[in-house]
Design a protein around this ligand. Structure first.
Ligand code: U5P
Length: 209
């Protein structure tokens, strides 16, 4: 499934600030952290819960735990996903974290160069969350998913981003039909250079200069 949050006013306000060209790197990174945390909350809504007996200072009652919150691997696609990961890990505080570097070549081939891959071993009960703020052509995430799947078979593969273009969503679904996507919004289209329109520009440059 593909989940986007255009009907969430708070998320759209954060996205508005991220899109605004006058937003500087400090506020941009803060916005990404907030979005990461929010997306993580949304992902927990899709995880199974277990009832547990507990005692308050006053009486016995029943509570819940989200068991799979403890079985998470986050993959950070350098460098724009660093603040997004920081937000995700506030909710998935037990997460093991992998790092992948990916840089995209020029149009029309948009070849992806991956120079660094460090991924923890992935177990059958794991939810693997891949953080990359922009799903443009989808080439980066397809390559990252190809690579990450070599480290074990996870229960779920979830992509978390800020914006996605329809082309990117279609291509990822074709290459990896088992992948779920959580993004703040789905934008109109890509331009000839592979940038999302209206978009927010280059997420790495906006966050880190
Ligand atoms: N990217 C942006 N802004 C855009 C489009 C792409 O920053 O408008 C960057 C993202 O950071 C991402 C990569 O890592 O390019 C994704 O491109 P693609 O492989 O999905 O085309």
């Amino acid at each position: 499934g593909v989940y986007s949050f255009e009907d969430s006013p708070f998320i759209m306000e954060i996205l508005t600030e991220l899109r605004d060209e006058s937003t500087g790197p400090i506020a941009f990174r803060k916005g990404l952290v907030k979005l990461g945390r929010y997306m993580a909350y949304e992902i927990t809504k899709t995880m199974a819960t277990e009832k547990v007996p507990i005692r308050t200072p006053l009486e016995e009652t029943e509570g819940i735990i989200v068991k799979d919150r403890r079985n998470v691997v986050i993959i950070t696609v350098l460098r724009a996903a660093i603040p997004l990961m920081e937000g995700l890990i506030k909710v998935f505080e037990h997460a093991r974290v992998g790092i992948v570097s990916a840089s995209r070549g020029k149009a029309p081939k948009f070849e992806i160069e991956m120079k660094y891959v460090k991924v923890p071993r992935i177990k059958a009960e794991d939810t693997v969350i891949i953080a990359d703020p922009m799903i443009a052509t989808g080439s980066t995430l397809i390559k990252v998913l190809d690579e990450v799947k070599k480290y074990g078979n996870a229960k779920r593969y979830v992509v978390v981003g800020v914006l996605a273009a329809p082309e990117g969503i279609t291509r990822i679904k074709e290459a990896h039909p088992d992948v779920e996507m959580f993004v703040a919004a789905i934008d109109r289209e890509l331009n000839d250079h592979g940038y999302i329109l209206p978009g927010l520009g280059d997420a790495g440059d906006r966050a880190f200069g």
